[in-house]
Design a protein around this ligand. Structure first.
Ligand code: PLP
Length: 379
């Protein structure tokens, strides 16, 4: 991708002149997923011919009631409710956690950053358990947190003992866990989390994909443990990724401090309304979730039958596969030329892996058709 010329000029300007933080000046950039339009332009194909299975987005989009409600969104000129009061009541009904222990954010991503702001003083350590969601370690340097990576085992299960040792050794304040884990798709065993909750650290469990799993939510433990935070989002199951709305379930003692540091108008009026309408249409949305789980299961079976893919069992809306007989990166590029976008990571333990999100039945039909053609060397 070529970059705007004015940016190039800034790159060559010395930091002496810019005077931005030196650690940020030398930081490498995070590459987030991009929009359908940008992919289409890059690949030279029409948007309608692309199948985007790289970011675990909901291919069905939001509830139709959300689309109707937003078409008549009132009071856009007025700031939103800084407490997201009505939304938090609706989330309380949905999660069975008191509204006083719920805080909303512009996506769960914002809450990850807010947690770092609340806990981290320069030099404090956080525990990250790769391969996992990149956002925990991505935000950490901005707050001068030291990121201690405790790698998962070869089967992607948590190495509880190693986490316990690392917390003690580095006096870590936060442990970030993802369950079901992105990108491997497995749920963390409850006994593992129970053991980690005994540590003198706050355990943050990111449940972005919990609606796709069979049980496993720790929401009802939040009242019990003073050091457990559960993060949730409406991005995936409710199809609201583009509107940015997530929430956290927090121990009571943290709430007054979170309220002090939260940006007052972080949740915009459209996201607030869309989330409330979604929570009023849960049965409909969870039926679509069920359909996506069905497609994920279908993918797992079909991928296992291909000579070059080995799927890892998933409890989310995506499947991580080992690719053999060709490079995973090359596999991604071949699929892209056929109009299918999947996720490849240039990261330790994932060099030979590809993550593919669940799509509609028609999208998965097409995906499997392409994959079988690839197996027969017809592509
Ligand atoms: C997608 C994702 C999120 C992002 O949630 P937002 O509410 O869209 O910010 C958080 N955690 C994990 C593990 C994710 O995969």
């Amino acid at each position: 991708m070529s970059r705007p010329p004015n940016l190039e000029r800034f790159d060559t300007m010395t930091n002496e002149k810019l005077r931005i933080r030196r650690d940020i000046a030398s930081m490498s950039a995070y590459t987030p997923t991009t929009s359908l339009e940008v992919f289409a332009e890059r690949l030279g194909v029409a948007v309608d011919n692309l199948i985007k299975l790289d970011a675990n987005e909901n291919p069905y989009g939001p509830s139709p009631r959300v689309v109707e409600a937003l078409a008549e969104l009132p009071n856009m000129q007025v700031y939103p409710d800084p407490e997201s009061g009505r939304l938090r009541e609706a989330l309380s009904d949905y999660t069975d956690v008191p509204a006083e222990q719920i805080l909303c954010g512009a996506g769960a991503d914002e809450l990850i950053e807010l947690i770092l702001q609340l806990f981290i003083e320069p030099g404090d350590a956080i525990i990250n358990t790769p391969p996992t969601f990149a956002m925990y370690s991505f935000n950490a340097p901005l707050y001068h947190a030291q990121v201690v990576d405790v790698y998962r085992r070869a089967d992607f299960s948590l190495d509880v003992e190693a986490i316990q040792q690392a917390v003690a050794q580095h006096d870590a304040k936060l442990v970030f866990l993802c369950s079901p884990n992105n990108p491997s798709g497995d749920l963390i065993a409850r006994e593992d989390i129970k053991a980690l909750l005994e540590l003198p650290a706050t355990i943050v469990v990111d449940e972005a994909y919990i609606e796709f799993a069979e049980g496993g939510s720790l929401a009802n433990w939040v009242g019990e443990y003073p050091n457990l935070i559960v993060l949730r989002t409406l991005s995936k199951w409710a199809g609201l990724a583009g509107l940015r709305i997530g929430y956290g379930l927090f121990p009571r003692a943290l709430m007054p401090h979170l309220w002090k540091i939260k940006q007052p108008y972080n949740v915009n009026v459209a996201a607030d309304l869309a989330a409330r309408v979604s929570l009023g249409d849960v049965d409909f949305l969870l039926e679509r979730v069920r359909q996506l789980i069905e497609q994920r299961q279908r993918m797992e079976v079909a991928f296992a039958e291909l000579p070059y893919l080995s799927p890892h069992a998933s409890q989310a809306n995506f499947v991580l596969n080992r690719v053999s007989g060709m490079s995973a990166e090359g596999f991604r590029d071949r699929l892209a030329r056929a109009g299918i976008i999947v996720r490849y990571y240039q990261k330790p333990r994932l060099e030979d892996r590809i993550r593919i999100s669940a799509g509609t039945p028609a999208q998965i039909d097409r995906l499997l058709e392409i994959l079988r053609a690839l197996a027969n060397n017809e592509l």
